[in-house]
Design a protein around this ligand. Structure first.
Ligand code: AMP
Ligand code: ZN
Length: 117
């Protein structure tokens, strides 16, 4: 995609603070970190959101999930982390290139999903 900021980041056209790269994916620190550790993992392939993921992306997306705990540990998330995928208008997605936020730090993160009791 010509005008996609995350395609440009993955391609090195726009600078970023790289966390990890291989042939299929790129990880980089969020420019506005919400927590002490906050980076994003994206596929190099332009997929606009999780709503656009198809069966042909199974290996790519599965590989991303397998990679996350390793990268999180490397970034210092030794006692857990949170993953967030904002999807579409309702999900508050701002950048329309699939990305998984990985959030962590020392303190327990506030709950997002209310638990009864
Ligand atoms: P969202 O689409 O809501 O999941 O969030 C997009 C995220 O991308 C936000 O957390 C932004 O801070 C982050 N972001 C936007 N532009 C850049 C950039 N050039 N480098 C790093 N992170 C960015
Ligand atoms: Zn893109």
């Amino acid at each position: 995609m010509d005008n996609c900021i995350f395609c440009k980041i993955a391609g090195g056209e726009i600078p970023s603070e790289k966390v990890y790269e291989d042939a299929d994916v790129y990880a980089f620190h969020d420019i506005h970190p919400a927590t002490p550790v906050h980076f994003m993992l994206i596929p190099k392939l332009h997929i606009s959101s999780l709503a656009e993921v198809e069966d042909k992306h199974r290996d790519l997306v599965g590989g991303m999930m397998v990679l996350i705990p390793r990268l999180a540990r490397q970034q210092g998330c030794s006692d857990g982390f949170r993953t967030v995928i904002n999807t579409g208008r309702v999900g508050g997605q701002e950048v329309y290139h699939l990305h998984i936020h990985i959030l962590g730090g020392r303190e327990r993160l506030p709950g997002m999903i209310p638990h009864p009791g």
